[in-house]
Design a protein around this ligand. Structure first.
Ligand SMILES: Nc1ncnc2c1ncn2[C@@H]1O[C@H](COP(=O)(O)OP(=O)(O)OP(=O)(O)O)[C@@H](O)[C@H]1O
Ligand SMILES: [Mg+2]
Length: 275
C-alpha cells in the first residue's frame, strides 16, 4: 500500500500494547518498508569497464536502482512523549521522519497518525530571496495562523530566533544569513505553533549554546501542550536532555527502543542487543 500517513480512525482500536490504556497513541508505525527508486542510475557496478562498455555499445545507463531505506520498522508513540531517533549516517532516520510526515509513500506496512504531523528540518522550505520578515509571515500563514494571529506573534518569533541580536537582519534576505541563523529562524517559526506531532531533524545542532537552551525549553513546552515530538540528532546530549524514550535504527532496521539512557549508552558502546 502506498498510503503512508492515514489518519487513525479512533473508533477502530489499533492493535497496540494494551497494558497502558490511559495513553493515547499519536503515531503508529506498523512494519514499514520504504524504498527509494533512483531513475537513470543504472543497475549497479559503477566500474570503469562497465562505463566503457556502456559508451562503446552506446547504451544509456538506464534502469531504476532501488534503495531499501527502511526495512520493517514498527513502534507506537504516545501523546506527551518526546522520542529520540538515533543511528549512524544513512541508517534511515530522516527517511522515517519524512514518512511519518506523509511525504514518502511506504512500500509495505502502514503509518497511522492522530493529528497533523509537521516536519521541521534544516531544509524546511523558506525562501532565500525573501527577507526573514516575509518568511516569518508566510511560514506562519502556511501553518494555518490567521493574519491577526501572525501580527500578534511576530515579535515573539523574531525575539526567540535572536536573528536581530546583532543588528537588523530580519529585514535582509534569507540568503544573507549564516546556516545557523537560517536554522534558528526555521525552528522559531515552526515552534510558534503547538503541533500535534512535531518532527525535528537535526535542527538543534546548528544553533549556538544560548539558542539550543531556548529550543530545548520550547520543545518541553510543546510536549506539555500534549503534542508528540520526534527528535533526530547526532548530539547524544540533546537526545538525553529532551527525550525520555529513544529508538535506535541501523540499516533501516530497529535495533533498540526503550528508555533514552539505556538506548543511548548501548549506542555509544556500540552494543547491539542479542535478538
Ligand atoms: N532521495 C533519495 N533517493 C535515494 N536514496 C535515498 C534518498 N534519500 C536517502 N536515501 C538513502 O536512504 C538511506 C537512508 O537515508 P537517510 O537520509 O534516511 O539516513 P539518515 O539516518 O537520516 O542519515 P544522516 O544521519 O546522515 O542524516 C541511505 O542509504 C540513503 O542513501
Ligand atoms: Mg538525516
Amino acid at each position: 500500500m502506498a498510503d503512508s500517513a492515514t489518519k487513525i480512525d479512533m473508533g477502530k482500536k489499533p492493535a497496540v500494547q494494551d497494558s497502558v490504556p490511559a495513553r493515547e497513541p499519536t503515531v503508529i508505525v506498523d512494519d514499514v518498508h520504504i524504498v527509494y527508486r533512483v531513475h537513470g542510475a543504472g543497475s549497479g557496478k559503477g566500474s570503469a569497464t562497465s562505463a566503457i562498455s556502456r559508451i562503446i555499445s552506446r547504451k544509456r545507463a538506464s534502469g531504476v536502482r532501488e534503495v531499501h531505506a527502511v526495512r520493517g520498522i514498527s513502534f507506537t508513540a504516545y501523546k506527551g512523549e518526546a522520542v529520540g531517533l538515533i543511528g549512524s549516517n544513512g541508517s534511515g532516520k530522516s527517511t522515517m521522519l519524512a514518512a511519518i510526515a506523509g511525504l514518502l509513500p511506504t512500500e509495505r506496512g502502514g503509518i497511522y497518525t492522530n493529528g497533523q504531523p509537521s516536519l521541521l528540518g534544516v531544509n524546511a522550505a523558506l525562501m532565500n530571496e525573501l527577507t526573514g520578515e516575509r518568511n516569518v509571515v508566510l511560514g506562519c500563514l502556511a501553518m494555518g495562523m490567521s493574519p491577526a494571529e501572525v501580527r500578534s506573534r511576530y515579535e515573539e518569533i523574531v525575539d526567540f530566533s535572536g536573528i536581530n541580536d546583532k543588528g537588523d537582519f530580519i529585514s535582509l534576505p534569507m540568503r544573507t544569513y549564516s546556516s545557523g541563523m537560517g536554522a534558528r529562524l526555521r525552528f522559531s517559526i515552526a515552534a510558534a505553533k503547538t503541533h500535534d506531532v512535531l518532527l525535528i531533524d537535526e535542527a538543534l545542532a546548528t544553533g549556538d549554546q544560548a539558542f539550543q537552551q531556548r529550543s530545548k525549553a520550547r520543545i518541553n513546552e510543546l510536549r506539555k501542550a500534549a503534542g508528540t515530538v520526534f527528535l533526530v540528532s547526532h548530539d547524544n546530549s540533546s537526545i538525553r536532555e529532551v527525550c525520555e524514550r529513544t529508538i535506535w535504527i541501523e540499516h533501516g532496521e530497529l535495533v533498540m527502543d526503550g528508555p533514552t539512557e539505556e538506548v543511548v549508552s548501548a549506542y555509544e558502546r556500540g552494543e547491539r542487543p542479542q535478538h
